[in-house]
Structure formats: C-alpha cells, structure tokens
Ligand binder design. Structure first.
Ligand code: SAM
Length: 146
C-alpha cells in the first residue's frame, strides 16, 4: 500500500518519539522514504517554506503536536499542501471536554481545551478548507485544501 509514497517528512522535538515507531516503519519497509527532522515544528516548517519547490507540493499532513500552535501550523500547512490535498488535526475533541461546560472540566485540561475550542471555531470559518470533524479516538478534523 505504501509502495508509491514518494517521501514522508516527520518532525518532532523528541527523537525517541520517532524511534518508538521505527520497528513498524522498518516492518513496512519504508524507512528509506522517511526524512525525520528533530526540531521545533514551526522552525522546521518555516525552513521547508524557504524552498519555493516545497510550496504546494505535499498531498497530506498530519498534525499532532502542541495544541497552542495549531493555528500557526495551519497557516504553514496551507502553503505546503497542494489544492485538493488533505490536512488532518488530532485531538480536536480534547477528551470530549470541548463539548462540556467549563465547570465540569479538570483544571489541567482547561488550557488545551481553550486552544482547541478556538482552533475549531477558526477552522469552521476558514474558507480555504472544507472540513469534517470525525469523532473517533480523541477527535480528528480532516481539512480538504480548496
Ligand atoms: C501526543 S504526541 C504525538 C506523537 C505521535 N503523533 C503519536 O501519536 O504517537 C505529541 C508529540 O509532539 C511533540 N512536540 C510537542 N511540541 C512540539 C513542537 N513544538 N515541535 C515539534 N514537536 C513537538 C512531542 O515531542 C510529542 O512526541
């Protein structure tokens, strides 16, 4: 199924997070197709955007990092992902707390709950994408780049 994938760029501050998945990656025989960049995602994405050839070149992006920066990642993804491509954001239900009254939410969950609520509102109004909120796992939002 992965035979036609040209290249995957994986970005994480923590190399261990990438290495945790490495046995599966090796089993799928796609290690040679993955360029792992150990870096802050914002600076790595900005570096990719410095290369004009990267703009509008990606088919797919999956974002599952610090929730406070999702909107900043989105702006960069809109530059990197081609029209007709897909951008997926993880945790957009934030353990269901986005639909709960604030007083029922644990203090520790509140900051990210607020970031995700704001991001969900932003995406819903963003005319550059068509979105679908999928209530599986912790909620994913699939964006179709228009
Ligand atoms: C919830 S984990 C998800 C990892 C992976 N998607 C998974 O499901 O196993 C979030 C990851 O984001 C990384 N991360 C957090 N902030 C980051 C940042 N500013 N830049 C790059 N990676 C970051 C963490 O190191 C962590 O591995």
């Amino acid at each position: 199924m992965c035979a036609n994938i040209m290249q995957i760029i994986a970005i994480d501050l923590d190399r261990d997070a990438y290495e945790m998945g490495l046995p599966i990656i090796k089993k799928a025989n796609i290690e040679h197709k993955i360029n792992f960049i150990q870096s802050s995602a914002l600076s790595a994405l900005d570096e990719l955007l410095n290369e004009n050839d990267n703009r509008g070149s990606s088919d797919f992006a999956f974002i599952d990092t610090d929730k406070v920066s999702y909107q900043k990642y989105h702006e960069r993804m809109l530059e990197l992902v081609k029209v007709g491509g897909i951008i997926v954001y993880d945790n957009t239900l934030w353990f269901g707390t986005v639909a709960m009254p604030e007083e029922c939410v644990k203090e520790t969950m509140k900051p990210n709950r607020q970031h995700i609520i704001e991001f969900n509102k932003f995406l819903a109004a963003d005319t550059r994408v068509q979105i679908s909120q999928v209530p599986i796992g912790d909620g994913i939002t699939i964006c179709w780049r228009l």
